[in-house]
Design a protein around this ligand. Structure first.
Ligand SMILES: [Zn+2]
Length: 352
């Protein structure tokens, strides 16, 4: 997967701080399967009457193999046959314990009803998956602590502004808004992020070294965004036009065969990507990617594989695995398209 060199991402034309889909689609693709699913599917009704099948997320759990201690040895064993000896189970061996999060980053979820509906249970699943990914990278977890719906006749950010005013005494660390975004920006790119000031006296327990501790982290996200969509010609198109890629799809390669995946048409060479490991992995990754920008100092140059990132990592900015000489799709997706050291900034920002 090292077909691309690291300087490739510089051709990304990311708009403001955080257009993720460029990062994730055009210049990057990738990672580690969280878990394949042979699970019953959930059906979500998407706008335009299209029905999409979502695969529930399986949060990996650690399975502890039981210690089997024989309960008894048969008494009628012939005496000339040696009785197997069961090794004693040491009593001082500590039992493995489930990993405990170092801290919890809380989210309120707002569904913009002027865009597309998102069922609460599926929003919860997406946050759960994002939490599992974040836990793996930082030791911190996510929790959805509120779920509301509203209309956004004006700017999408107004939904968050109103929420902050109405919940001034019990604000979460961040707010996810499922919406097409202002000017369809989230629908076009997958998502974007910004921060809003909290009320006087508000102190976010994740004290970003970049934006300070009085901000609420906002992620605007296109719920039904397709990872590696194929045959549509545009992320905005609802219907498949042909059975091969065009219009910049499949990492800018026309003619790649399309296959059906998660109820939509996907580039056939992307189905084994980490981002395609479940219907919600990509969406979860978008949330993490976008909000991590608030913990990086250099905007688009905080993306995985940029010269700035290579330079920082070569200089010892983080002990996380990273090879500045190769651009690796799996590694890219493992880090959700962000330079690894940004996760260290996030983890060290926690001030409970
Ligand atoms: Zn970005």
């Amino acid at each position: 997967m090292a077909e691309k060199r690291k300087n490739r991402p510089t051709r990304c034309l990311l708009i403001a701080i955080s257009i993720l889909s460029l990062a994730m689609l055009s210049c990057l693709p990738l990672p580690v399967p969280i878990e394949p699913s042979g699970v019953p599917s959930i059906t979500a009704v998407l706008p335009g009457a299209a029905t999409s099948t979502l695969t529930p997320i399986n949060i990996p759990t650690r399975t502890i193999a039981p210690t089997i201690v024989p309960t008894g040895i048969p008494t009628d064993v012939p005496t000339d046959i040696p009785v197997p000896t069961v090794p004693p189970v040491p009593t001082d061996t500590p039992l493995p314990t489930a990993r405990t999060a170092l801290g919890v980053f809380t989210w309120a979820v707002i569904v913009d009803l002027d865009s597309e509906p998102v069922p609460r249970e599926q929003a919860q699943e997406l946050v759960n998956q994002a939490s599992a990914i974040l836990m793996e990278l930082t030791g911190f977890s996510y929790a959805m602590v509120d779920f509301v719906e509203g209309n956004s006749p004006g700017a999408v950010a107004d939904l968050a502004v109103t929420y902050i005013q109405d919940h001034a005494g019990s604000l979460p660390n961040g707010i996810i808004i499922f919406s097409y975004g202002d000017g369809d920006q989230a629908r076009t790119y997958g998502g974007y992020a910004f921060t809003l000031a909290g009320p006087p006296g508000f102190r976010n327990t994740f004290n970003s070294p970049v934006v300070g501790n009085n901000r609420v982290y906002i992620s605007v996200q296109h719920w039904s965004h397709r990872y590696a969509g194929c045959g549509y010609g545009s992320s905005m198109a609802e219907d498949v036009v042909q059975d091969t890629s065009f219009g910049g799809e499949c990492r800018n390669r026309d003619g790649v065969a399309c296959v059906e995946r998660f109820g939509y048409s996907m580039c056939s060479d992307a189905v084994d990507d980490l981002y395609a490991s479940s219907r919600t992995y990509f969406g979860s990754s978008v949330i993490i990617h976008e909000t991590m920008h608030s913990f990086g100092y250099e905007g688009n140059m905080d993306h995985y594989g940029t010269e700035t990132c290579n330079s920082r990592m070569s200089g010892g900015a983080s002990a996380r695995p990273y090879n500045p000489d190769t651009w690796d799709l799996a590694e890219f997706q493992y880090y959700n398209g962000m330079c690894p050291d940004v996760y260290d900034n996030f983890a060290s920002s926690y001030q409970p």
